[in-house]
Design a protein around this ligand. Structure first.
Ligand code: SAM
Length: 321
């Protein structure tokens, strides 16, 4: 469907919810009823960045920091493989302890377990992204967070939107299946800026899009700001499905954290991926990007997916290519 920026803004403004059914129909037509599972491993909460919204920002001294060793990461991956996961997502703060050599070593170890591998470890140079790709990484997730230049600068005092965009272009050029996405409900974020985010996803020709409502963390400068609105986040996601059609879209944990049926609503409004957390409970608690981050069991997830007449797909692709 051809949608102009004005159309998108009008839909975001409107109280009409038919967009959710439309997105569900587009999802069914282009990617089917299968729900792809990605096993998430949060292997370090150490971060050099200062993203204002994030509980892991380096100036938050109340976080107990951890990093997992290569063998711990491989053990969790093996456990995931034993449970039937065929895709692993390695996520961390921007922890420079994991230099290119160590990352490539970990990537090679994981690839020996015969799974698809997604990385979500932040902004790197072209050479680093290339080394990870050569070591076997298949996909990369890097949310643009917001395409609004002013808002980006406010939220990332030491970062630059231009570099974030450069990273995404490099990832595409290197042949990664590239995922991006945005936060919905950041302070001072306008509907126009959300419309621009959606148009940016289209321009990038992204393969995956993760939309997360903003949730304030008590140890950040945004602690007194309002959380994002779930319905608005779902609308941004639904519009993304309608415009980009055959991409992968996760029902994000932040949606489920905001509302007990957030994940189900997302799966019925365009989403076709879920990312259960494989990290052990001890470390999972410390990866607190926002409070009360949820992670249901695989059994509960299966029940939920079956209850809406969908099924879990156990392959390692679900890719656009
Ligand atoms: N360091 C990597 C990066 O920058 O892409 C990956 C880790 S980062 C913690 C993963 C995602 O968490 C970010 O892309 C951001 O959108 C999300 N996030 C951080 N703080 C959040 C908050 N308060 N509410 C909702 N999502 C948040």
């Amino acid at each position: 469907m051809e949608l102009s920026k004005k159309n998108i803004i009008d839909i975001l403004k409107s109280s009409d919810t038919s967009i959710f059914q439309e997105a569900d129909a587009v999802r069914k037509k282009f990617v089917g009823d299968g729900v792809h599972l990605r096993g998430l491993i949060e292997f370090s909460n150490i971060c050099r960045c200062e993203c204002l919204y994030c509980g892991l920002q380096s100036s938050n001294k109340d976080v107990k920091r951890y990093r997992l060793s290569k063998s711990e990461i491989l053990d969790i991956t093996q456990k995931g493989v034993d449970e039937g996961f065929k895709t692993i997502v390695l996520q961390s703060g921007e922890d420079i302890f994991f230099d290119t050599k160590l990352m490539c070593d970990i990537i090679e170890g994981i690839k020996q377990l015969n799974v698809a591998l997604t990385l979500s470890i932040g902004e790197k140079s072209f050479e680093e992204y290339k080394a990870y790709k050569d070591a076997g990484a298949d996909r990369y997730l890097l949310r643009i967070e917001t395409t609004d230049e002013n808002l980006y600068k406010q939220m990332h005092p030491y970062g630059s939107l231009a570099n974030r965009k450069r990273c995404l272009k490099d990832l595409k050029r290197l042949g990664y299946e590239t995922g991006t996405g945005c936060l919905v409900g950041l302070p001072n974020q306008s509907l126009e800026s959300l419309a621009n985010d959606i148009l940016f996803f289209e321009e990038l020709n992204a393969d995956m899009i993760g939309i997360g409502p903003f949730i304030p963390h008590p140890n950040t400068p945004l602690k007194n700001d309002q959380a994002g609105n779930l319905a608005l986040a779902l609308k941004v996601m639904a519009l993304t499905r309608i415009i980009l059609k055959d991409i992968n879209i996760p029902a994000t944990t932040a949606m489920e954290t905001l509302s007990p049926n957030g994940r189900m609503l997302a799966l019925q409004s365009g989403a076709n991926v879920v990312m259960p957390n494989l990290t052990d409970d001890f470390h999972k608690k410390m990866y607190e990007i926002y409070p009360n981050k949820l992670s249901g069991s695989r059994k509960d997830l299966e029940k939920l997916i079956n209850s809406i007449n969908r099924y879990i797909v156990v392959d390692n692709c679900g890719s656009r290519n």
